[in-house]
Ligand binder design. Structure first.
Ligand SMILES: [Zn+2]
Ligand SMILES: [Zn+2]
Length: 319
């Protein structure tokens, strides 16, 4: 079902918003027209519903995929770039992605590392739970849930501080890791529009140590806060008109998780899996993203000197 509220012209950016912000729905897609065709920022999932989402949006705005000349990817996750295979069958746009996402964009099997699946498998084994998870295959999981990943073909690397001119927009590239190593946000200063990818939305995106973890996520939030943007276009929810409160909400949630862990550790809980269960009441989230999120917080607390590991146990450092 397509609703006209999914399509808005936001200061010259044409939106193609997803029906639902939860996985496995595709990301929002943003269209920037110009004289020679148009650019896309993110392209959505690779499954049938993802391609329909993209096609419906292009049809609504009156564009043909053959006139797509540039794609900018916020990061190399399947809900943002899975539809690249379909685009590449029709045309050959320039594809820009942060240099730290190139390996995963060219060979999605590498996502297993940035999703920290080996870490989750180790913690799962240590928790003496069912070992059925040991055969977990991330790319198959994407495919089975209807949001498959695809490789990007050729890529142009971008870096922090680069300027991307799309139509008459001038976007500054901001490296905003935490959720993925080379996640970027794009800021258009003249129009005060921030495209924040997965960093802001209804709730925090998941994070794992190899994607930057909670330390990088908090730094990314501070970087976005300093922009003082008037309008935020997130990848997974409706348009946000108060950047400050959107950022505060996510930061608060991240710090709440940290305080849950501190309290539990101070009360004598020392097992990793019990900490994960406390952060994620839904058991389906314990393996992923639960283990990666928990480990990210433990790394931060360890660096700050408030906890230490004793074998498999995690204990507070007494001062
Ligand atoms: Zn993502
Ligand atoms: Zn996403």
């Amino acid at each position: 079902m397509v609703s006209s509220s999914n399509f808005e012209n936001v200061r010259g950016i044409y939106t193609i918003l997803a029906q639902d912000s939860n996985w496995p729905n595709p990301s929002n897609i943003f269209v920037i027209p110009d004289e020679s065709g148009f650019s896309l920022i993110d392209v959505g999932c690779g499954g049938i519903s993802g391609i329909e989402h993209l096609l419906d949006g292009l049809r609504y705005w009156g564009f043909k995929v053959q006139h797509l000349h540039t794609v900018v990817l916020s990061h190399s996750h399947p809900d943002h770039m899975g539809a690249m295979w379909w685009i590449l069958e029709k045309t050959a746009p320039k594809v820009f992605i942060h240099h730290l996402e190139v390996e995963t964009a060219l060979d999605p099997a590498n996502l297993t590392q940035t999703f920290d699946i080996p870490l989750a498998k180790r913690q799962w084994a240590a928790s003496e739970r069912s070992d059925s998870i040991q055969g977990f295959d991330l790319l198959k999981f994407f495919e089975d849930t209807g949001c498959s990943m695809s490789a990007a073909g050729q890529i142009e690397e971008i870096h922090e501080g680069d300027i991307l001119g799309l139509g008459d927009f001038v976007f500054e590239v901001l490296h905003t890791p935490g959720h993925s190593p080379g996640h970027i946000s794009l800021f258009e200063k003249n129009r005060s529009i921030l495209l924040c990818g997965d960093i802001l939305g209804k709730g925090p995106a998941w994070y794992t140590p190899s994607s930057g973890g909670v330390i990088a996520y908090l730094e990314s939030l501070a970087k976005l806060e300093a922009l003082d943007a008037a309008i935020v276009l997130p990848a997974h929810s409706q348009i946000l008109e108060n950047a400050f409160s959107a950022i505060q909400k996510i930061r608060k949630k991240l710090l709440e998780r940290e305080s849950v862990l501190r309290d539990m550790l101070n009360d004598g809980t020392s097992r990793f899996i019990e900490l994960t269960e406390a952060l994620f009441p839904n058991p389906r989230l314990h393996f992923f993203p639960g283990c990666g999120v928990t480990e990210s917080h433990l790394i931060k607390l360890e660096k700050e000197g408030t906890i230490k590991r004793v074998g498999q146990r995690i204990v507070p450092v007494l001062t």
